[in-house]
Design a binder for this molecule. Structure first.
Ligand code: G6P
Length: 365
């Protein structure tokens, strides 16, 4: 079947808008309606697993980076992550009771497929988290978890990213259960936090005017710096990647705590610095990094919730995000990461759906 833009200006806009309903549907598909208990594909289990190794490229790799925090926090299981092009050539140490998780929208990325082939037979099990269930990666993995995002046409991945995040969060929950790190009550609490995500994502999408206003500023810049801590660090990485891909503006992301180890030297009044800082346990640390930026006259754009905005004091630009449970905050803050890039590309007049030099799926090395 052909896919159209359903009235949107670009596939990317349509795919961003679809995210709340996709997450809602995937959640329904992976839980039992009666009791809200996880209903994951046959073969997804962590009883015989002592370590998770996750491998991917591009945006899918950033989903792995978020998932590392989730698996460690929820399931207390060691997690190693790597980009596929490094993993396949570095002779990684693999153990019999490792689970390899490969994450790929297309299921055809050459390096990710090669990484999967490289470990086959050396680990207990391989699990593919893919959007295309008929893909090579899906065919070759032992177990498949489809992310259920539907066809993604825009070269810059958006809905596949949040759908990958949801699938990985559900896998972390399953690992927590299987390893006895979570009981039925913990699962109920977690699931109700996850159920809130689609509504919060819709609210985040509703900030259209604010994204457009900030994007006018970003569009005038030659460089943009993104900062975040914890799972907001990979959000900063994803935001920088999206901006580079579709607006061709140079962007970098740093863990906020690394600011003083280099990027602080770049800060002057011409540099926009976008800071991901929901009001969580790391909030105060991130805000103190924001103050270091302000003291050097960087142009701060703070993404936080209403509580955070109150505590942050006087800041040049704040986009107030809906208040989200910490565990699902990456699903919510993915939206401004995408929307800022999209609106900046619009302001610059670049080809959003077909950015120069990029391919939707990289099937050669
Ligand atoms: C390309 C695409 C990215 C994608 C990456 C990995 O670079 O432009 O959007 O994140 O490949 O693709 P995969 O299909 O393996 O997720």
């Amino acid at each position: 079947a052909t896919v159209d833009k359903s009235g949107h200006r670009h596939f990317m806009a349509k795919e961003m808008a679809e995210q709340p309903s996709i997450i809602q549907k995937a959640l329904a598909a992976y839980t039992n309606e009666a009791d809200g208990i996880l209903n994951l594909p046959e073969g997804v289990q962590f009883n015989d697993i002592r370590r998770v190794v996750m491998v991917a490229c591009g945006t899918a790799f950033y989903a792995c980076q978020v998932a590392k925090y989730w698996f460690e926090q929820i399931a207390r299981i060691p997690v190693e992550i790597d980009i596929a092009s490094e993993f396949r050539y570095r002779d990684p140490v693999l153990e019999r009771d490792d689970l390899l998780i490969v994450v790929s929208q297309s299921g055809e990325t050459a390096d990710t497929l090669a990484a999967l082939r490289h470990v086959a037979g050396h680990v207990r099990r391989t699990l593919a988290v893919v959007n295309v269930p008929t893909s090579s990666i899906a065919r070759e993995a032992d177990v498949v978890m489809p992310i259920l995002a539907g066809p993604e046409i825009g070269v810059a991945s958006t809905k596949a990213f949040t759908a990958q995040l949801l699938s990985l969060l559900l896998l972390a929950a399953k690992a927590g259960l299987d390893r006895g790190k979570m009981n039925a009550d913990d699962l109920t609490t977690l699931m109700s936090e996850i159920q809130a995500a689609p509504g919060l994502m819709s609210q985040a999408l509703d900030r259209a005017q604010e994204y457009a206003r900030i994007a006018e500023e970003l569009a005038e810049s030659d460089d943009v710096l993104f900062l975040g801590r914890g799972a907001m660090f990979p959000m900063a990485l994803e935001a920088a990647l999206k901006l580079k891909e579709i607006s061709y503006i140079h962007a970098e992301a740093y863990a906020a705590g690394e600011l003083k180890h280099g990027p602080i030297a770049l800060i002057d009044k011409t540099l926009p610095v976008v800071i991901f800082a929901p009001r969580d346990v790391l909030f105060e640390k991130t805000i103190s990094n924001m103050q270091e930026v302000m003291a050097r006259h960087g142009q701060v754009i703070l993404l936080t919730d209403a509580d955070g905005a109150k505590l942050a004091g006087e800041v040049q630009n704040v986009i107030v995000m809906p208040k989200a449970p910490t565990i699902v905050a990456p699903l919510i803050y993915a939206i401004p990461a995408q929307m800022l890039a999209y609106n900046t590309a619009l302001a610059r007049g670049t080809d959003v759906d077909q950015p120069r030099n990029l391919a939707k799926s990289v099937t050669v090395e």
